[in-house]
Design a protein around this ligand. Structure first.
Ligand SMILES: [Zn+2]
Length: 245
């Protein structure tokens, strides 16, 4: 667990991803006793997640809310245990991904981790409220929901205004000190994802908090470079969008 500020804690869970060991980063926001967990790790990580929450001064059963940036397995993994441990917390996601998270439709991707197809039961659970574009939360100095379809149709990013930080979800990864696009095979709609990425450039932030890779500073300029490079490559590839691997 790393403290970004008094109100923003970066949790750390271990994961093997794209053939290597890496850390994924749920976040805990807290404000005057109100707590919100953002994303919930992989199936099987509930104990690790609980330990990280304890290190941050809370526990699953004490959370006031849980927000899922999107439906992928590494973001909703501990939803069933959180659902069972805490009937009072409000669970949020965008309407576009809610039916998948509730288990009403099969998850869009079956290849987030190599062992996904071996799971006898995929995680699902309740969603209480839908997030909408530009929705404001009075937490951690003000948080705005930005609907960023592409990686999945219900993917959201979150702007922490006071921190001048953007919670990226999976719209971009931060790997080996580089911002990169998520793998194309994990992207539902690549043109939409690129459009969402461009849209983020109109927001005011210095820091990106990436679920895959953690905190990236000087983020506006770096994101702009990534968008520019991607659009040059797209023109070179006759209009098709390339993506990082
Ligand atoms: Zn992810």
């Amino acid at each position: 667990m790393k403290k970004i500020s008094e109100q923003v804690m970066l949790l750390e869970l271990e994961m093997e991803f794209m053939g290597r060991d890496s850390i994924i980063h749920p976040l805990l926001l807290s404000d005057k006793g109100y707590t919100m967990l953002i994303d919930a790790g992989l199936p099987g990580q509930y104990e690790q997640l609980s330990d990280e929450l304890k290190a941050a001064g809370t526990a699953p059963e004490l959370l006031d809310s849980v927000l899922f940036t999107h439906q992928d397995l590494d973001h909703i993994g501990c939803l069933p245990e959180l659902d069972a441990a805490n009937r009072y917390a409000t669970f949020y996601t965008h309407e576009g991904d809610a039916p998948y998270i509730r288990g009403e439709r099969p998850l869009l991707k079956n290849n987030v981790v190599p062992w996904q197809s071996q799971l006898t039961q995929l995680p699902h659970g309740r969603i209480d409220r839908y997030l909408s574009h530009r929705q404001q939360f009075h937490i951690a100095g003000g948080m705005e929901v930005i609907h960023t379809p592409g990686h999945t149709s219900g993917h959201v990013c979150l702007l922490l205004r006071q921190e001048r930080a953007l919670i990226a979800g999976d719209i971009v990864f931060y790997i080996d000190d580089e911002l990169v696009l998520p793998p194309v095979e994990l992207t539902e709609d690549l043109p939409a994802a690129m459009h969402s990425l461009e849209q983020l450039l109109s927001y005011d932030f210095d820091t990106l908090i990436c679920y895959h890779g953690g905190v990236c500073h000087d983020a506006q300029a770096r994101l702009r470079r990534l968008v520019e490079q991607s659009s040059v490559q797209r023109r070179l590839h006759n209009g098709s969008y390339p993506a990082g691997s």
